[in-house]
Design a protein around this ligand. Structure first.
Ligand code: DX5
Ligand code: ZN
Length: 216
């Protein structure tokens, strides 16, 4: 699969509806929604109040990426708020399984995420228990950072595991993705590319989304 998920973190929140309409018109597949709590990551983004307008104005699935401690307290509320998928960080919890069950019980797709300093092998036991894994290609917390090249080998490793076990699990990559590295990321085995600044910082965001899909 070759999907593009623009990250709303880089949108203009003063004109959010306009940016969401652009996403609706574009060839974007999902809208990536970055929720930061100021504790798991050294930044605060937004929470439930923005889920409402996003659900109202965005016709694309909302791919929620929780960068928060205690995701077990909030995953159900994000499901109820209209998330199409809910992901949280493996390193933020003791046992991800009961939290995945909370999301699954809501009929919402699950995603487990790791930061670049977490051993990718830690995802292996969960590959058959989630719909998607998200490999961070920058440290979670801020848009506009530089892609960490070591991510490529991690994608190939996880892809090989998924193929070997014939699993439907998707691989999502988040951080520093742009039109220059998109093709290489898809070729390595990524299914979903998140792009914040590359899309919203472009002169023509719709064209940039198209370009990222075509270069793939
Ligand atoms: C970073 C977020 C990313 C971010 C990506 O913590 O998880 O989704 O918005 O931004 P860019 O594409 O600018 O690196
Ligand atoms: Zn993200």
């Amino acid at each position: 699969m070759k999907l593009i998920a623009p990250s709303v973190l880089s949108a203009d929140f003063g004109h959010l509806a306009d940016d969401l309409e652009m996403i609706n018109r574009s060839e974007a597949d999902w809208l990536h929604v970055d929720v930061m709590d100021g504790t798991f990551v050294p930044n605060i983004s937004f929470g439930f109040p923005l889920m409402e307008p996003m659900r109202k104005y965005c016709t694309k699935p909302l791919d929620v990426h929780l960068m928060i401690v205690h995701p077990e307290k909030y995953v159900e509320r994000f499901c109820d708020a209209g998330a199409w998928s809910v992901g949280f960080h493996l390193e933020a919890v003791d046992d991800p399984l009961p939290i995945l069950d909370l999301i699954k019980a809501k009929g919402v797709r699950t995603c487990l995420t790791i930061n670049p300093d977490i051993d990718v092998k830690r995802l292996v036991p969960y590959l058959d228990k989630v719909d998607m894994v998200l490999l961070m290609s920058v440290f979670a917390g801020f848009g506009g950072q530089k892609f960490i090249p070591e991510t490529m080998d991690k994608i190939r490793f996880i892809k090989a595991e998924i193929v070997k076990r014939n699993l439907p699990t998707l691989i999502e990559i988040d951080g520093g993705v742009n039109a220059e590295n998109a093709a290489e990321l898809f070729a390595a085995g990524a299914d979903v590319l998140v792009a914040g600044s590359a899309v919203f910082g472009a002169k023509d965001p719709e064209e940039m989304i198209r370009k990222m899909k075509i270069t793939a």
